[in-house]
Every structure is written in C-alpha cells, then in structure tokens.
Ligand binder design. Sequence first.
Ligand SMILES: CC(C)(COP(=O)(O)OP(=O)(O)OC[C@H]1O[C@@H](n2cnc3c(N)ncnc32)[C@H](O)[C@@H]1OP(=O)(O)O)[C@@H](O)C(=O)NCCC(=O)NCCS
Length: 130
Amino acid sequence: MEYRVDDRSLTPEGFLAFVDQVWPGEYDVEKTRSALARTLNITARDSGQLVGCLRILTDGCFFGTITELLVLPAYQRRGIGSRLLQLAGEHTPTRLYFGAQPGAEGFYEKNGCRRSLPSYMIEPQEDGAP
Ligand SMILES: CC(C)(COP(=O)(O)OP(=O)(O)OC[C@H]1O[C@@H](n2cnc3c(N)ncnc32)[C@H](O)[C@@H]1OP(=O)(O)O)[C@@H](O)C(=O)NCCC(=O)NCCS
C-alpha cells in the first residue's frame, strides 16, 4: 500500500469514481475539482488505484476539519483508515474537529481521538450561495 500526503495526482474524475463506491450520489466534477484544490488530500493507493482518502480543510492557524475519510469496502478493516488518520495527525498544522458518521465512533475512539464539541450545522441560504 502506498500512502501519499498532498496527493497532487488526485483528479476529480478519479476521486468521484472512488467516492461513488462508498457513498453513491450525483456529484459535480467542476465543483469537486475546486473542492479538492482547497484541501490537503491524503491518499492510499494499491498499485496506483485509489482505495482510501482523507481530506483536511484547515485555516493553518485556528481551526481545521476532516471533510471526509473513506476506504473502499473491499479494503476496509485492514488498517488503512487508521493509517490515514495517523498521517492526518502528523501533517495537520491545526487541531482537527470533525463529526463521526453514526456507527463510526468506535473507529475513532480506537484510534485515540478524543470526544469534543457536539456538532451543529447551518444550511446555506439560496440567495447567499455563490
Ligand atoms: C470508517 C472507515 C474509514 C474505517 O476505515 P478502515 O480502514 O476500515 O479502518 P481500520 O481497518 O483502520 O480499523 C481499525 C479499527 O477500527 C474499528 N473500526 C473500523 N471500522 C469501524 C466501524 N465502521 N465502526 C466501528 N469500528 C470500526 C475496528 O475495531 C478496527 O479494528 P479491527 O479491524 O481490528 O476490528 C471505513 O470503514 C469507511 O470508509 N467506512 C465508510 C465511510 C465512513 O463511514 N467513513 C467515516 C466517516 S465519519
């Protein structure tokens, strides 16, 4: 398994083909390109194939978050998610605050993540959207 921190070879098309295997959905290629350009993308590749990805969004000073952590179903439970989390800890300039999907709490706690603030969300308003 090869791990790449700041994987500049990650394309929106390759990323979406990967995401679709974990969280199927309708995704926009150009919006995804812009999103990938804003995050530190840490990947796990098997013979070049993208099998795991963790993205960090941080302001470099006060706050950072993990936008998502995904591992292909066929590659889960082999330590890949744990390694990606470890690399995130080694390379983030800020603390990372993030939510856990229901059921994934055990994974984060097994990896030494501390429980933090409960999370809330605000939906963007139509007229405020870019
Ligand atoms: C959650 C996820 C990232 C974990 O990645 P992974 O590579 O399978 O995790 P690891 O192999 O490093 O797991 C380490 C340990 O965490 C625990 N663990 C792993 N996945 C878990 C889960 N979904 N729920 C609870 N505990 C979990 C296990 O105890 C595992 O050790 P074990 O295999 O010896 O039992 C992966 O299952 C995934 O992509 N799931 C779908 C998307 C998702 O829910 N992402 C998280 C968003 S918050």
